[in-house]
Design a protein around this ligand. Structure first.
Ligand code: NOJ
Ligand code: MG
Length: 538
């Protein structure tokens, strides 16, 4: 019996992350906007994705490009108006696309009226909405907690002579999630957007929400190396992933469930065993705690096979898995594994069991763009320069065509375009039957056509050298996936594995219909999906 989860849109569909500043600029200011996204909906429909998740579009001083929110229930004029937003939701829904918003409940902007009040005096009614502490006896910060973006996590505020805590920039003070009024205020924000037709939220740093009540020092990380970002010097055991956080996640889920068919996705960077706790007791937590393991796992057949097994084994009963290949915080997949191998990565993402999340531009093989020092916009890179933490390189404008500014904008874009955008763009790749873009389209459409890919079970077969082999199966049949993670050809010969069938798709897009018997050969950086001929599939 299929569980309820696997019939939901967020379980069988493909999610697509849009970084709104960089997708499409309609008003000619060099920054993407909502009208731009509306104009590009046909592209997304054609690609075959089911839902778009928008990084923050709310009024913000943009110290962290929208992750510093000054008004949770408005639209920043850079992106458009509330009417534009309503038009986007209507147009997306009209095209069968769901819309997921970014909810950033851990912190606000320091310009948010709540914080302006909170910092005004120690007895302000909003004082306890944030985390204020007295200085240590020596006048320094209250404890050793570090900001993810460099330096202490504590900022001294002259007016009231206390420190406030900020897990990210000093312009992003953390809210006090132990305060029921804060919870209710954010739940009201959720209801506001859900009532406007939004289909769910991706919740920013959901595992950070609750901090240790006693504000104990974090212990040192014995594995810290100087080339790591400075906050990695400590294990954040007291400043994140506190047990009480799961109660908050369950409360958020209850708000989600006040509405029909909505989804709660959590941004969580934790080891698998902790990550899966965010599904919640009795699956009453997040439906999709984001699984980012592919972003950092070494790209070898064996490590990937072990990762998949570990994740599958750790999932609570009935929990639906998910996989993410890229996002606006991590280097582009095409740069990390190479362009040729990124086709194999695409096949992996779209044939694993669980909801796939794509990052805009990965479907055209967008690379990490080199950012000159004077072009740096990311505050993380500005605070911690030179060790490669900068995120601008994965946030560059979408490459639509060969025209000036890549069809992204009529003006100079806010970040540089990739050097080879005139060749590597949607228009060119659409016209090339074997391009990575057409591979993505074919993979998504095959996933929709074959129930085994959409929600069949996963069965590992082999991880040998560069070869990764697995099967997806259900009562109606099975599909075999063979991926070559290396540059050299590989082949597998077996009468027992059950290789035989027909190649439904090769990453090279040139072997469809080829019969497979007891031997399957793959070229370097090739992956194939083998199954019964399409007409045999029920
Ligand atoms: C995670 C977001 O993905 C990242 O872009 C942001 O800087 C931090 N959270 C702070 O909100
Ligand atoms: Mg614009």
């Amino acid at each position: 019996m299929p569980s309820a989860a696997i019939t939901c849109w967020w379980a069988v569909g493909v999610l697509y992350q849009i970084y709104p500043r960089s997708f499409q600029d309609a008003d000619g200011d060099g920054i993407g906007d909502l009208a731009g996204i509306i104009a590009r909906l046909p592209y997304l429909v054609d690609l075959g994705v089911d839902a778009i998740w928008l990084s923050p579009i709310f009024p913000s001083p943009m110290a962290d490009f929208g992750y510093d929110i000054a008004d949770y229930v408005g639209i920043d004029p850079l992106f458009g108006t509330m009417d534009d937003f309503d038009a986007l939701v209507a147009a997306a829904h009209g095209n069968g696309l769901k819309v997921i918003l970014d909810l950033v409940p851990n912190h606000t902007s320091d310009r948010h009226p709540w914080f302006v009040e909170s910092r005004a005096s120690r007895d302000n009614p909003k004082r306890d909405w944030y985390l204020w502490r007295d200085p240590a006896p020596d006048g320094g910060p209250p404890n050793n907690w570090l900001s993810e973006f460099g330096g202490s996590g504590w900022q001294y505020d002259e007016t009231t002579r206390q420190y406030y805590y900020h897990a990210f920039l000093a312009q992003q003070p953390d809210l006090n999630w132990r305060n029921p009024k804060v919870r209710e205020a954010i739940y009201q924000v959720m209801r506001f957007w859900l009532g406007r037709g939004v289909d769910g939220f991706r919740v920013d740093v959901i595992w950070h929400l609750i901090k240790d009540e006693l504000f104990r020092d974090n212990p040192p990380n014995p594995d810290f190396k100087p080339e790591m970002p400075p906050h990695a010097a400590l294990h954040p055991v007291y400043s994140a992933d506190r047990p009480e956080t799961l109660q908050v996640v369950a409360e958020m889920r209850r708000v989600i469930d006040e509405f029909d068919a909505r989804v709660l996705i959590g941004e969580i960077y934790l080891p698998i065993e902790r990550l899966v706790a965010y599904y919640g007791e009795g699956l009453a937590g997040a439906q999709l705690p984001f699984n980012f393991a592919l972003l950092s796992t070494p790209w070898h057949a064996r490590t990937l096979a072990q990762l998949i097994d570990r994740y599958e084994a750790a999932l609570p009963q009935g929990a639906w898995p998910n996989w993410v290949l890229g996002n606006h915080d991590r280097p582009r997949i095409a740069s990390r594994v190479g362009l040729a191998q990124s086709r194999v990565a695409a096949m992996l993402l779209l044939t694993l069991r669980g909801t796939p999340t794509m990052y805009y531009g990965d479907e055209i093989g967008m690379q990490q763009v080199a950012i000159a020092p004077e072009q740096v916009r990311d505050p993380f890179e500005k605070n911690v320069p030179g060790i490669g933490v900068g995120r601008d390189g994965c946030r560059t404008p979408m490459q639509w065509d060969a025209s000036a500014h890549g069809g992204f904008s009529a003006a100079q874009p806010w970040l540089p375009l990739a050097e080879h955008y005139a060749q590597e763009n949607v228009a060119n790749l659409s016209a090339d039957a074997q391009s990575i873009l057409n591979l993505y389209r074919a993979l998504i459409s095959l996933r929709k056509r074959l129930p085994q890919l959409a929600h069949g079970d996963y069965a590992p077969l082999a991880a040998d050298g560069d070869l990764l082999l697995y099967r997806r199966h259900d009562a109606t049949g099975s599909v075999l996936i063979a991926l070559n993670l290396g540059a050299q050809p590989v082949s597998v010969v077996s009468d027992t594995i059950g290789l035989d069938g027909e190649i439904l798709l090769s990453t090279a897009m040139d072997r469809g219909g080829e019969r497979v018997g007891s031997e399957l050969s793959l070229r370097g950086h090739e992956g194939v999906i083998v199954g019964p001929a399409p007409e045999e599939v029920v």
